[in-house]
Design a binder for this molecule. Structure first.
Ligand code: ATP
Length: 324
């Protein structure tokens, strides 16, 4: 392998820049070329490339987002699009790819490998932590810290006004952000997609918390929660059953995807980038690099896209005990 291409694809997450930096510098360390591909697979199809050296990635380890930009490309889903992308890579002398993204991006990478026998390694970048084969995806830890920080602020106002706050957090079909940030921020209740606790239980728990003398309550709700009501419908439901509370809704939204990456995410990105490049140099392909029991490991992409990191249901019990 003489030249590696690196791209970011799908939803962005904090730590992607630190991963790009790591890939570029590991290539330089091993005296091979590195090409940055802009706007994910769409840039690959359009030949939007830039040669990168160690100094092209100065001062980005601390930056959120991705300097290479990200995109969703419908054209890459077609064989014609992928043929164009392959031709551009060959013309630019790129002979292996590091794809930083989520399961959709990995599905595209696998297909590309099957069609052109092109070596690919994935780095998991998403705040949702919903990829199998790593305890932490890039950006997840930063998102947790952002959410905890915001809930701390909401708590100040909640307790001044005797309010109940329903706070919706991101995570798609996974409850990792809700569960961990909920415990970290001291939420009274946490609703996650993996465990439908039902509405009755929510009311019960709110009554108990009021009776226990709490002046305010925070309920954290994962966006993919299966309770079957939007957070606004939930507000109406709680208010009609529990008129003592002044219920407010806060949907945190995209602020969770931004910001300077945490130290944890920066270190993780650096480790994953090194492993991704060195795995390609050792002749590996079709793997995702990940963190398991504090070791950087390789998981077949096929498994990574099929599975999910399981929620630790013991955490729900911990949350229950904490909100006594
Ligand atoms: P996130 O988890 O943040 O959404 P993602 O990587 O899952 O990230 P997607 O939009 O699902 O995001 O995928 C990113 C890109 O990967 C798509 O825009 C498309 O170009 C490519 N891709 C996804 N699925 C396929 C597929 N089945 N075949 C070819 N390309 C695909």
């Amino acid at each position: 392998i003489k030249k590696i291409g690196v791209l970011t694809s799908g939803g962005d997450s904090p730590g992607m820049n630190a991963a790009i930096r790591s890939v570029v510098r590991t290539c330089a360390y091993h005296n091979i070329g590195c090409v940055g591909i802009y706007r994910g697979y769409q840039g690959m199809i359009e030949g939007d490339f830039k040669e990168m050296g160690p100094r092209s990635v100065n001062n980005i380890v601390n930056k959120g987002g991705t300097i290479l930009k990200s995109a969703r490309s419908t054209e890459f889903r077609t064989p014609e699009g992928r043929i164009k992308a392959h031709k551009n890579l060959v013309d630019a002398g790129v002979d292996a790819l590091v794809v930083i993204g989520g399961d959709g991006s990995f599905t595209g990478a696998l297909l590309f490998n099957t069609e052109f026998d092109f070596p690919v390694i994935g780095i998991p970048g998403t705040i949702d932590n919903d990829i199998f084969g790593t305890s932490h995806t890039l950006g997840y830890d930063t998102a947790l810290n952002t959410v905890v920080d915001v809930i701390d602020k909401i708590r100040d106002t909640a307790s001044s006004h005797n309010r109940l706050f329903l706070i919706e957090v991101m995570g798609r079909d996974a409850g990792h952000i809700a569960l961990n940030a909920g415990i970290g921020a001291g939420a009274e209740e946490i609703l996650i997609p993996e465990e439908d606790l039902g509405l009755e239980r929510l009311l019960d728990s709110l009554k108990k918390s009021k009776a226990a003398g709490k002046s305010s309550s925070i309920v954290v709700i994962a966006e993919g929660d299966k309770i079957g009501k939007s957070v606004f419908e939930l507000k109406d439901y709680v208010e009609s059953n529990f008129p003592e509370y002044d219920v407010r809704v806060s949907v945190l939204g995209h602020m969770q995807r931004g910001g300077s990456p945490s130290c944890f995410d920066r270190v993780l990105a650096s480790r994953l980038g090194v492993k991704a490049v060195e795995s390609l140099l050792e002749g590996q392909s079709n793997y995702m690099v990940g963190l398991l029991q504090d070791k950087i490991t390789l998981t077949p992409l096929e498994q990574a896209i099929k599975g999910h990191t399981e929620i630790d249901l013991e955490l729900l019990r911990v949350s229950d005990i904490m909100s006594i």
